[in-house]
Ligand binder design. Structure first.
Ligand SMILES: Cc1cc2nc3c(=O)[nH]c(=O)nc-3n(C[C@H](O)[C@H](O)[C@H](O)COP(=O)(O)OP(=O)(O)OC[C@H]3O[C@@H](n4cnc5c(N)ncnc54)[C@H](O)[C@@H]3O)c2cc1C
Length: 503
């Protein structure tokens, strides 16, 4: 079946990157169509409700949303900021790291961060100061994030930070093993491992949260709703339950149309893929891209996969925590996938849903921990809810092992859990379509900076990428990435100026 209309822009996938590029381009007057395989839009912005409690799946907090900061300006420019219900995390500790049974607070504001962090290491204040300076250097050097206009190709120069390994940098700043591990203790947010995490991804992530850290009140899907509504108001079309199954090229080796599982053909002038590049390549005809490129993309390693436990809590028993808790259970704060399984879990990140209304008690808590996705290989060809009792038993066993660790840190939780639900890497794979359910897409490897950088532009003239794989992951990375993508389509200088003026 052919849809008569030919859109200016067809976007495959309605993750944050797809929705943002759609919102930005439709605001510019482009006729945009977004095609999503799931019934629910948003990819990792999705929330789900169990026993009346809303759970976020992949956006528990984000940074740079205070007045004058990047996300604030971008969302204001898109006219959605005021529709979002946000709660700022604790100024003196948006994240608490428990390492070797001692708590370390990661504070908002660069001076505040330095003061609080150096109070734990009074003899090593200089190292903390230098660490913060290094983070600031990364944050202040990124043009899109700082809304500095350039020619579009110049936005994507592989800067020095891509080839700097974080742990090596931190080890050059201090020889104190504990301080090295504490400073890099939030590396679970990046999932690239000690030998590969580059200073760019790490620095941008830290910079953004230290600027200001926020949670959604009532779930991250409100961002999806706001963006979908904007796109539709701008004349765009957003279609769900429609999986793209094929990308068809014309004689000039440009994309002519996409085909979907409903046998519908959607035509466009330009196409943007918001899905994982490896999966995008699978949709293209063989030999449509150079073999070396295809080989490189297919060989890239993905970041960590997660096992998550969602706790529904009994009423009025557990006080809301206005911070995330990183509990490290091993010698190093760096999660290690290879040797990690023997000592699983190596640690976990615990995050609370913001209570509705004025309650000081929390009803939903999520615990996430990296896990080797291959332990689920047996079920690789099965679908959600159809994996059988052995799989359910394995999930239960893993959840209980993880919960024992959580209960020994937070004994008040033990009697407070009404019910719990789990998500494995296969769950994430099936809902968002990332290989092995990788949480943050490709690892941007400090040792292979050029090889692991994927540009929005492809050798197919009218195909671009957007989303977490082309830039940095997370709210900040995907947002700046959307601007990078649209810089190949529209007058980015004008848009950057307008965003810059938007707050
Ligand atoms: C467990 C977890 C926790 C996280 N926590 C945070 C956090 O606290 N803060 C933060 O900033 N970031 C966090 N992240 C990262 C963040 O969620 C992601 O970087 C970001 O949302 C990715 O957006 P994306 O645009 O790349 O698209 P994705 O979210 O990957 O969405 C891709 C979309 O494409 C759709 N799709 C796939 N294949 C097809 C097809 N063939 N046809 C049509 N549609 C298709 C999918 O269904 C999906 O909707 C977390 C991620 C995970 C997994």
């Amino acid at each position: 079946m052919e849809n008569d209309q030919k859109y200016d822009i067809v976007i495959i996938g309605s993750g944050l990157g797809g929705l943002l590029t759609g919102a930005l381009l439709s605001k510019e007057g482009y006729n945009v169509c977004i095609v999503e395989k799931n019934s629910v839009y948003g990819g990792s912005l999705q929330t789900f409700k169990r026993n009346g409690v809303v759970f976020d799946t992949g956006m528990h907090y984000f940074g740079s949303a205070d007045k004058g900061q990047f996300i604030y300006k971008l969302f204001n420019y898109l006219d959605i900021f005021n529709s979002l219900k946000l709660k700022r995390l604790d100024l003196d500790g948006f994240d608490i790291l428990n390492y070797r049974d001692k708590e370390y607070r990661f504070a908002q504001g660069f001076d505040n961060f330095t003061d609080i962090m150096s109070s734990y290491f009074p003899n090593d204040k200089d190292a903390v100061v230098e660490f913060v300076e290094r983070i600031q250097e990364v944050g202040q050097s990124e043009s899109m994030f700082n809304l500095i206009s350039k020619e579009n190709e110049d936005f994507f120069k592989v800067g020095a930070h891509y080839s700097q390994n974080v742990f090596k940098i931190v080890s050059s700043i201090t020889s104190d093993f504990v301080l090295q591990n504490v400073l890099t203790g939030l590396n679970g947010l990046i999932g690239g491992g000690k030998d590969k995490t580059n200073m760019f991804v790490f620095g941008m992530t830290y910079y953004s949260y230290i600027e200001s850290a926020w949670r959604f009140v009532g779930g991250s899907s409100q961002l999806t709703d706001a963006l979908v509504a904007k796109i539709e108001q701008n004349g765009g079309t957003v279609i769900n339950n429609m999986e793209v199954t094929e990308i068809v090229l014309d004689d000039n080796r440009s994309i002519d149309f996409i085909k979907t599982n409903k046998n519908i053909i959607i035509k466009g002038r330009k196409f943007i893929s918001n899905i994982h590049p490896v999966n995008t390549l699978k949709l293209l005809p063989n030999n449509s891209l150079r073999k070396v490129y295809v080989k490189r993309i297919n060989r890239l390693e993905n970041s960590t996969s997660m096992f998550s436990v969602f706790l529904v809590l009994k009423e009025n028993l557990v006080k809301y925590m206005n911070y995330n808790y990183f509990d490290i259970l091993t010698k190093s704060t760096w999660f290690d996938n290879e040797s990690g399984q023997k000592a699983w879990p190596q640690g976990y990140i615990l995050t609370s849903q913001v209570p509705e209304g004025i309650s000081e008690y929390v009803s939903g808590i999520t615990i996430m921990t990296p896990i080797d996705p291959h332990i689920f290989d047996k079920w690789i060809n099965t679908d959600v809810e159809k994996r059988g009792p052995e799989y359910r038993n394995l999930k239960k066993e893993l959840a209980e092992k993880l919960l024992e660790k959580v209960f020994s840190r937070f004994p008040e939780f033990r009697g407070a859990v009404k019910k719990y639900y789990t998500a494995t890497p296969l769950t994430y794979r099936d809902y968002i379509g990332t290989p092995n359910g990788s949480a943050y897409g490709f690892i941007k490897d400090s040792e292979k900076p050029f090889e692991t950088l994927v540009l929005p532009k492809t050798h197919i003239r009218n195909l671009l990428f957007t989303g977490q794989n082309i830039n940095v992951h997370g709210m900040l990375g995907v947002s700046t990435g959307s601007l990078l993508t649209i810089s190949y389509i529209t007058d980015i200088k004008k848009i950057i100026k307008a965003i810059s003026d938007a707050g």
